[in-house]
Design a protein around this ligand. Structure first.
Ligand code: NAD
Length: 326
């Protein structure tokens, strides 16, 4: 048995080497690979450690084209904010798909935020109206800032309207909007839906925050918060009115926003289109300026692996990766 050296890429190095554009490109490419059948996610394990307490699990997959194999281990620890830590904690382990040997450990916290923001940005690129002007943000937690920055790069937005369950968190998001030069206004939920052309929901809600009949024709929604059984951000009836897209149908119907509409018999799984199909040109995506498009972003392991493998390669090339004998 010969030992080998694995690469370690810290959270700080991930931030240094992986840009928003890198994450966008990696996520768009892996969604396309999934649609072509070249990459697949494995079933998600996600368990509550206690009722209302931390969630812990694994997301994994294999990208045969990119030769990327691995998993992200981690979860959501709601008490962390008070400890001065982000609520999401995770690490990505990458393996050699030929030998099965561990090749690297990459910090997963920044990757989670930037790959989740990239997914909704990819959905905006492919599904939002070209003339979208007002961006609506529902949620103002850790992910929301990343979401806002990535979304803002996809259309010529003129302003941001926002709502959050905990209004005291909104000023932090307002600072991000100011940093990217967009006017920011805190509004009530119904007003947000009346004004926004693109709406991102990124909360930990377990009940609908947006009513179906508040949503105007032509709106694109990226529903990003629901990634666990029981969570919900929009009324299930909205999914019956909208053209629904997702990262992966199996996750959308089980742990995503579509779980409720499917359980209530309002839609079936075959009404949900993988966004990759739009990216590779196999599905038209938005069919009219009046259509409501909804991206159910559940978060797939391949997003983590795609961004982690780029981060690891960049870190190694720049001499910023650590090495551990194994
Ligand atoms: P966070 O803890 O920093 O923020 C939580 C947000 O949810 C805040 O805006 C908070 O005000 C809001 N919120 C909390 N309880 C609520 C309630 N009962 N009703 C309405 N809003 C409520 O978390 P975060 O890191 O910003 O993550 C936000 C959500 O996104 C989480 O649910 C997380 O699991 C999910 N997430 C999804 C993906 C994905 O790929 N789809 C990736 C990362 C995070």
């Amino acid at each position: 048995m010969t030992g080998h050296v694995i690469a370690t890429v810290s959270e700080a190095v991930c931030q240094q080497v992986l840009s928003r554009q890198d994450a966008f490109d990696a996520v768009e490419a892996v969604f396309a690979a999934m649609a072509r059948g070249e990459a697949r996610n494995f079933p998600v394990v996600r368990e509550a450690l206690a009722q209302g307490g931390p969630l812990y699990g694994f997301k994994s997959g294999y990208d045969a084209r990119g030769q990327v194999l691995g998993l992200k281990s981690g979860g959501y620890f709601p008490g962390n904010d008070a400890r001065g830590l982000t609520n999401h904690q995770s690490v990505v382990a990458l393996f050699d798909p030929v030998t099965g040997r561990l090749t690297g450990l990459v910090g997963g916290n920044y990757l989670t935020a930037i790959r989740t923001a990239a997914a909704s940005a990819v959905s905006i690129k492919h599904l939002a109206r070209a003339d979208a002007k007002v961006l609506g943000m529902v949620g103002a937690g850790h992910q929301a800032a990343f979401q806002l920055r990535a979304a803002a790069e996809q259309r010529a937005f003129e302003r941001v309207v926002a709502w959050n369950h905990h209004p005291e968190m909104l000023p932090r998001l307002a600072t991000v909007a100011a940093d990217i030069g967009l006017p920011f206004q805190a509004v009530e939920r119904e007003a947000l839906c009346a004004e926004a052309d693109v709406i991102i929901t990124i909360t930990s809600a377990f009940e609908p925050l947006l009513h179906a009949d508040w949503i105007r024709p032509g709106t694109h929604l990226a529903c990003m918060g629901t990634d666990t059984k029981g969570k919900q951000e929009v009324e299930a009836a909205l999914l019956a009115r909208a053209s629904v897209f997702t990262d992966e149908v199996a996750q959308s119907t089980s742990i995503g926003e579509a779980q409720h509409a499917v359980a209530q018999g309002l839609i079936t799984a075959d009404a949900i289109t993988p966004l990759g199909q739009v990216i590779i040109g196999a599905h038209r995506g938005r069919t009219s300026a009046d259509a409501i498009t909804l991206f159910d972003g559940t978060g797939v392991g391949l997003q983590d692996l795609a961004t982690a493998s780029v981060a690891m390669a960049r870190a190694e090339a720049a001499g910023l990766a650590g090495g551990v004998s194994f």
